[in-house]
Structures are given as C-alpha cells and as structure tokens.
Design a protein around this ligand. Structure first.
Ligand SMILES: Nc1nc2c(ncn2[C@@H]2O[C@H](COP(=O)(O)OP(=O)(O)OP(=O)(O)O)[C@@H](O)[C@H]2O)c(=O)[nH]1
Ligand SMILES: [Mg+2]
Length: 449
C-alpha cells in the first residue's frame, strides 16, 4: 500500500465532468507537480482549488482540485480528486500525466480495499459500498446505505466481543487455576451464553433471506398450459408488448423476460412456452426450457383458465411442482366460469382485460415474500453468499458447542467450538482474512471505487 494510486472514478463516456482520484503518501506531491494554480503542499486540508493541469509544459485541462489530507479521507490516506472536463480524451490525458509523474493505475476496488485495510470500514461495510453502486431499486439502495452505516456489523461485533471475553476467561481458568479472583466459567454459565448467541445469530440468519431478495430480486416463472394467457400477463405487468400474444396455442417458444419493482424490490418475470405434449421439435425444446425455468425460479405463477375445467395435465404438473413456492393464478376472470375452484386450495383470480385485472396477483406476490414488512427504512440484513455462509457456519459451530454441553462435556471441550464460531464471525467482519479472498472480493468492484 506504499505506492500512490490513481483511477478515473466517474463512468467512461461523454459527460460534463470526470473525476480522477489519487490516493497515497505521494498524492499531494504528484498532483502538485502537474498542477498550476496553488502550491498544494502548503494548502489546508479539505479545500478546493481552481487551476490547470500541465504535462511537461503542455496544457491538458482547466480543473478543480479537491484536497483531502489523511486521515479524514475515504482511504485514510492523502487523497486528491481532480475534477476535469468530461470526455475520453481529457480524462485519459489527466490520468496518463499522473502515471508519468509517479502514480500507479489502481486495480478495481482498490480505494475501498485501502479503506478496509486501513481500518476505516469493515468487510460488510465495504461490500455495501459496491451494493450501493450497483443498486437499481430503492430497497437495495436503502439496505446498502444502512449496512454502510455499520449497525449490523456492530451488532455482530458486539456478539463476537462477548465471545472474546468468555474465551479469554476460560483460558485464564485453564492456564492459571491458582488465580482465585478470576471468575470461573462453569458449564451452566456457558450454556446461558451459547443460548443467547444462538438466538441473536439465528435471527440474523433468518433475516438474511430478506437481504438476498432485496439485493438479487425475485425470479418469477409464469407457467401453464398453452393459451391460458401467460404472455398476456407478462405484457400487462411490464406495460409493454414484449411477448407475442395470439389465440393460437403454442405461440411462445422461448423464454421472454422483463422486470418491474414491487415495494422497491426487483421482480424478474419469465414468460415460458405453454406446457403440453407435442411432436413439434421447436415447441418441445420450449417446453423443456419452461420446466427448467420453473425448477430454478424463486416463485412460480401457475396459470389456469377460468373459462375451462382444469385438465389432467394441469393437475399432474401442479403436483410435480408442489414443493416450490407457487401462486395459482386463475386468469380470464372476465369470461364465464367453467373451472371448478373447489379442487384448489389457494388461488388468486384475475384477468388481463380490466385495468386492475392483475392487482390481486401483484398483492399475492407481495404477500408471499412479505415485501411490505421486510422493506423498511431501518432494515439491516446480510445480503450475499459470503456473508450468509460465514454466519451459518458460526451458528453451526455454536450448535456443536451446545451439543457438547448437553453431552456433559467439560468447559475446555465446549470452548473449541465456541472458538470456531468466534473465528467465523471474525472472517465475516474481515477481522481475519486471507489475502486471496480479499483480492477476489475487491476485484468485483468498479474501477475508481
Ligand atoms: N378474455 C380474456 N382473454 C385473455 C386473457 N388473457 C389472455 N387472453 C387471450 O388468450 C389468448 C392467449 O393468450 P397468450 O397470452 O398468448 O397465452 P399464452 O399462455 O402465452 O399461450 P402460449 O404462448 O401459447 O403458451 C389470446 O387471444 C389473449 O388475448 C384474459 O384475461 N381474458
Ligand atoms: Mg405465450
């Protein structure tokens, strides 16, 4: 981390302004060499200067320089941001001049990596920074901002710190039994602690599925026999003529996708080929794809036709999909009812002809995932596979510790699993880490962040 890094922080292309960011020990000296307008080495921190960038006498651009001295900066290092005119040539020229004068091009996410390695943010906060940049919905943005704030990480750190105290105490009891003043941790006391940690961490694990929904969205497959109105439903929901609709059964052959947001969460709909036995080679492939999509989706909207009795194939297919999250949607409610709804346990009725014809379906989706309560301004959930895997491993280790207690094992045996749980939480927060893992994590970030 000794070298000074630089990168374009704004997106490439034509825009009014681009920002080139510089961070490191030599940031101020290097920029000072190429900037005319003010001696930056003598300037106060957190100030802005107008001037010009020169490359060995050649004028490159008219700029504003933001000067921020360590440690109150994003990376905790001296940081200079050059606000230059937008556009490829100017921006790249400024970057090039910086490199000629001693900067190294930053790797993706390297500024945030430095913020993490310099102890300004923990790993959960760092991941939230990237989530915020990638957020395309209100819910994802709010969640990322809340997690950047560090409340969830603080909660986990607090549990881990309590574990540290207990572990330290146990070790003193074992190593120095003669210290009579020291509190002796008994199996019973450990049991109380384990119960508390398990309760708190299990709640975080349970809520993490909300975080995953908010971050990744929900994949909803629209499944059913031909002609029940699947493509009409997709078009209606998207308010766009995306899929071809005709009254010929077997119109849709390939998957047609589109997304909307419900309660700030991205819902990705996949319209599929109507499922039926067919000799048509193309349609057959379409039907196979439909079944594949149905299996992978987070939710299936199983469409029936209000105007027709349920077929044997539909009953069979419904049965095959019974272990999936499913909403049975009875479409074409504007037509006379010929379907026997007594055969169904849960269903929603609607149509694609009335302006509010799919409101019931949207409500059913919101209810299925509890969207109106999981999305709120104070939400703090873990969001990604790395985080969820590590916290789950910590819970499993604590459960092993609890099991050892139930089997009347000694404190020093129970301690082994407790220590493991403590390690997993440390990895989650980034208090202990492997270099390669961290490099991989930050490599997915944007350049300049
Ligand atoms: N009356 C009525 N007709 C509908 C409704 N929804 C769809 N339709 C009609 O049903 C026919 C089939 O609609 P599609 O949306 O193409 O049906 P699909 O399920 O995608 O059919 P495949 O692609 O062949 O599997 C079209 O003529 C639609 O206009 C509805 O709610 N009410
Ligand atoms: Mg269709």
């Amino acid at each position: 981390m000794e070298d000074t890094i630089c990168a374009i922080a704004t997106s490439s292309g034509i825009g009014a302004i681009s920002i080139v960011r510089v961070s490191g020990e030599d940031a101020i000296n290097i920029v000072n060499k190429i900037f005319k307008g003010k001696d930056l080495t003598k300037a106060k921190s957190h100030t802005i200067f107008y001037g010009h960038i020169y490359d060995a006498g050649e004028l490159i651009d008219q700029v504003l320089i933001s000067l921020m001295k360590a440690p109150k900066t994003y990376t905790k290092e001296d940081t200079v941001e050059i606000n230059c005119h937008g556009g490829r040539n100017t921006t790249l020229k400024v970057l090039e001049t910086l490199v000629k004068n001693g900067c190294r091009l930053a790797t993706p996410g390297e500024f945030t990596k430095r913020a993490f390695l310099n102890g300004r943010i923990n790993l959960i906060q760092a991941e939230s920074v990237n989530d915020l940049i990638l957020a395309e919905t209100d819910a994802k943005r709010t969640l990322a901002l809340n997690n950047m704030d560090g409340k969830l990480a603080d909660k986990i750190r607090n549990i881990r710190n309590q574990m540290s105290d207990i572990l330290a105490n146990i070790e003193v009891n074992i190593d120095y039994p003669e210290y009579e003043d020291e509190l002796v941790i008994t199996e019973k006391m450990l049991e109380q602690h384990l119960t508390k940690y398990l309760k708190e961490l299990k709640l975080i694990v349970a809520e993490a599925k909300n975080g995953k929904i908010i971050n990744e969205g929900i994949d909803v497959a629209i499944i059913g026999q031909p002609n029940v109105g699947k493509s009409s439903i997709l078009n209606f929901l998207l308010d766009e003529e995306k899929a071809i609709v005709t009254d010929i059964p077997g119109t849709t052959r390939d998957i047609v996708e589109g997304s909307i947001t419900l309660n700030g969460v991205k819902i990705n709909f996949l319209d599929t080929a109507g499922i039926r036995k067919t000799e048509d080679i193309v349609e057959k492939i379409g039907v196979e794809k439909s079944l594949d999509v149905a299996k992978k989706a987070d939710l299936i909207i199983f469409c029936l036709n209000n105007n027709q009795e349920i077929t044997v194939e539909e009953t069979k297919l419904l049965n095959e999909l019974k272990n999936k999250e499913i909403i049975v949607f009875v479409n074409k409610s504007d037509l006379p009812r010929n379907i026997n709804l007594d055969k169904l346990k849960n269903y929603v009725v609607g149509n694609t002809k009335d302006i509010n014809g799919l409101d019931t379906l949207k409500e059913a989706i919101k209810e299925k995932f509890n969207l109106s309560s999981i999305v709120n301004k104070d939400m703090n959930y873990l969001t990604n596979v790395r985080q969820i895997t590590l916290i789950t491993k910590a819970v499993m280790a604590l459960e092993n510790a609890y099991k050892a207690y139930l089997e009347n094992k000694e404190v020093d045996i129970i301690e082994i699993d407790l220590k493991q749980a403590w390690n997993f939480l440390g990895e989650l927060l980034g208090e202990s880490y492997e270099e390669e893992l961290i490099d991989n994590l930050f490599s997915k970030f944007c350049l300049g962040k």
